[in-house]
Ligand binder design. Structure first.
Ligand code: ADP
Ligand code: MG
Ligand code: ZN
Length: 481
């Protein structure tokens, strides 16, 4: 039978706040901190503790809701979600249930079938759990993460393929990073994906039974896990079986999903309003204030880059993936006097990205400033140095942070455009390679490349290649006579 996949994604993102969601403990993101060094009675669930709502966490969640076209609810209630787990010392998690902060939004994704709008059901606030660390026969618990503010973004079941799921997750990650509400560090688990997956006959409009894949923290695992699950469910149905509603895990090593536990229903959590917190009332004026501070988001930036800089779709989408890269690009173009947008894009996504990838450096740690790159590009465009020399200079700048001008001066790299100097080198090379000259004059024009190469070598790469070509052809023609 032909099936259609139906997928909704839950995304958990730790918020970039100084202190935790309900206490004053510092949020520590670095792995170097010793375990249980940032804990207090509140985030370890001691009897009698009283939580206090972190205003900044609420603000960051509202920002996200606005960026995702949600309505921001005025009346909010926190709820207790009861379940027992060793890394959850209170025996419940403070979350939101019937009254989430943000509702009914959408996000646009780009797929091979074109653009699609994916509904966002809700964005709510909750707290993260601690971390279990299993070592042989003992298990240890680190509560540094316990109580860190966690935002949950839940989509409508509007996704249909693994490709769409990945595109949605990538877009969402880009947005939270643009907003600065989450660092997007997937290896550190600060953003985690949980697809709910079901299938149905293509003709059907009813939802099938879903399975939920827990805690995926790479796009690769998300895409492959989803694809696997879609195929597995089709095989179950085709074999006459029924899909069991359950939570499954992705086994990276074996490339399969495995059953973890049967899925809890909402009743199992015995939700009730958190009695230790008052209702949270969001004033409209505050929402308007936050709206006014929203940065330009990837889609808007993309459109502007295509329109204002005349960039191709491919170039623009590479540049806007990360806000820091987009800013770097614009900074460089501005320093270059607003000219050369395409040239700047090429240098940035070609040469600079190559060195960043090799050294695993993010753009904000690169020693070359936009101003420095603009200076280099200006020198190449003006013909002060040629393209190849420019690339060598960039490598040096990347290593040492020195300016293009100082490198060119110190190493005497300025291009020789002076035609007298080039005439002399060309004549010298032609004299020294009479056999090749003969061949050329006999009609073997490919020899020209070799002869030009000799001149470039003789000039230590500094000759202006266009001038060399021109002068060389003229001198060769003269020798023919
Ligand atoms: P829970 O919190 O119990 O997982 P939710 O109602 O919050 O349940 O749904 C979680 C996610 O599952 C949402 O993204 C929703 O779109 C998706 N979802 C719900 N039913 C299905 C289904 N039958 N198939 C695929 N996705 C589903
Ligand atoms: Mg769920
Ligand atoms: Zn604490």
């Amino acid at each position: 039978m032909d099936y259609e996949g139906v997928i909704g994604l839950e995304v958990h993102a730790e918020l970039v706040t100084k202190s935790k969601m309900f206490c004053g403990c510092a949020v520590v993101m670095s792995d170097g901190e010793s375990p249980n060094s940032h804990v207090c009675p509140i985030c370890t669930g001691m009897p009698g503790m009283l939580p206090v709502i972190n205003r900044r966490a609420v603000e960051l969640t509202i920002m996200t809701g606005l960026a995702l076209n949600c309505t921001i609810e005025e009346f909010n209630i926190f709820a207790r979600k009861n379940y027992f787990y060793p890394d959850l010392p209170k025996g419940y998690q403070i979350s939101q249930y019937e009254f989430p902060l943000c509702k009914n939004g959408w996000l646009e994704i780009e797929t091979s079938q074109g653009k699609k709008r994916i509904g966002i059901r809700r964005v709510h606030l909750e707290e993260d759990t601690g971390k279990n660390i299993h070592q042989g026969s003992v298990s240890l618990i680190d509560f540094n993460r316990s109580g860190v503010s966690l935002m949950e973004i839940v989509s409508e079941p509007d996704l249909h393929t693994a490709e769409e799921v990945k595109a949605y997750a990538e877009k969402l990650r880009a947005i939270v990073r643009y907003l600065g509400v989450n660092t997007g560090d997937m290896e550190k688990g600060v953003i985690r994906f949980e697809p709910n997956i079901s299938i149905r006959p293509v003709s059907s409009k009813e939802l099938g039974t879903r399975t939920e894949l827990k805690n995926l923290n790479s796009f690769r695992a998300l895409e492959r896990g989803t694809a696997y699950e879609l195929v597995r469910q089709a095989q179950v149905l085709d074999g006459g079986g029924k899909v069991v509603q359950e939570t499954r895990g992705w086994d990276e090593a074996r490339n399969v999903t495995v059953s973890q536990r049967s899925k809890e229903e909402a009743e199992d959590y015995r939700y009730f309003p958190e009695p230790d917190l008052p209702p949270l009332i969001i004033e409209r004026a505050w929402v308007d204030e936050i709206r006014a501070t929203l940065p330009e988001l990837p889609d808007a930036k993309y459109d502007r880059f295509v329109k204002d800089y005349g960039l191709s779709a491919g170039d623009a989408s590479v540049l806007v993936t990360e806000r820091a890269v987009a800013d770097y690009f614009e900074g460089t173009v501005k320093q270059a006097g607003g000219k050369h947008a395409k040239v700047v894009c090429n240098w940035l996504t070609g040469e600079l990205f190559r060195y960043m990838n090799e050294s695993l450096l993010p753009i904000d740690q690169v020693k070359i400033t936009p101003q420095g790159l603009a200076e280099l590009i200006g020198m190449v465009e003006a013909g002060t140095i040629n393209l190849n020399t420019g690339k060598r200079v960039l490598a040096e700048m990347f290593k040492t942070g020195a300016s293009a001008k100082s490198i060119v001066e110190a190493q005497g790299l300025a291009q020789i455009s002076d035609s007298n100097a080039i005439e002399a080198i060309v004549a010298k090379v032609l004299d020294a390679n009479s056999a090749q000259v003969e061949k050329y004059l006999a009609g073997k024009e490919t020899v020209l490349g070799f002869l030009v190469g000799q001149v470039m070598k003789e000039s230590r790469g500094k000759a202006n290649p266009n001038a060399v070509q021109e002068i060389m052809k003229r001198q060769l023609a003269e020798r023919k006579k």
